[in-house]
Design a protein. Sequence first.
Length: 367
Amino acid sequence: MQTRLTHMLGCRYPIIQTAMGWVADAKLVAATTSAGGFGFLAGAVMTAKEVEEGILEIKALTDGPFGVNFHMYMAQAPDIVDLCVKYGVRAVSYSRSPVPALIEKLKAAGIVCIPTVGATKHAVKAVTLGADAVVVQGSEGGGHTGAVASTILLPDVLAKVQVPVIAAGGYRDGRGLVAALAMGADGIAMGTRFLMTEESPVPALTKANYMHAAPEQIQISTKLDGLPQRMIDNPCLDKLNHTSTLGMWLLAVKNGLAFSSGANASLLSSLKSAWAISRTGDLSWAQTLMAANAPMMIQEAMVNGHPDRGILPSGQVAGIISDQPTVEALIASIVAEADQAIAELAALAGLSTLASAAPTTLNPTQD
């Protein structure tokens, strides 16, 4: 199953595993790549040293191509770019606040640049700044997400950019892959579906919350950092929804200091990163300050295994997933189902061709 995306990335199937923080570790990425998909390492929540260790671990586990995700406003972003160049990483993914100089350096090294966007105007801007492809996430997607559903956003973006477009938000199986390809996308990107696999490092108790969530329980809230995020409703989110703005800011300061310490970043470098984000206009200073809440509260659930004390970023699709296969079995099932769906559509097209070729009588005469 070859598309422009598979040729660009060197993978067998147009299926991307997204870089979920504290979920997309080296083992998950290697499993995805070995199964024919394309995985991204979650470098946005790592130090440069941890990114290097992750890259080396992936290379020890697989010979296939893979990518690294990071935020270009991070203090260690230039170091991560250098690591990607040094080790020949095939692609990088990023979101807000792209830095032209870093994009130029990556492209000069032949590294594919694939940002994730949630609005058509952001897709157009990303391509203008040098993106080789774009992941377009509809509002069904987990974590930070836009306000427009995939079925509306995807064709709008496709009409305005010429680079390969990867559909995200609400995808989990082969039928979804075929639907995205039929609309004009070159592949799909999935996060929640890969989170719910055997290789995912998420603690069992936290995974159980995903398994038991209903679609209507996976809601969008702006309470965490002032930006719309899709999360599973739980006691932690309910508490946040009843916390005052001042209380959220105080929590953000506490979490920001804790995250800076854990990431081996000084308070000054963290403030510089925050200032860089706010200057782009993507986030207000208040939103930038509150953004410190997310990493620590995600870690509480995804790393420490306390889902009721942390937040659970999730695509709405989790509400209709009921299994945790291996990554290899997941990708194999997606491809098999996609092949079957394409064959059925081809048969349907054949019947339509026969029907259109048959003579028709608009005004039949009666004997």
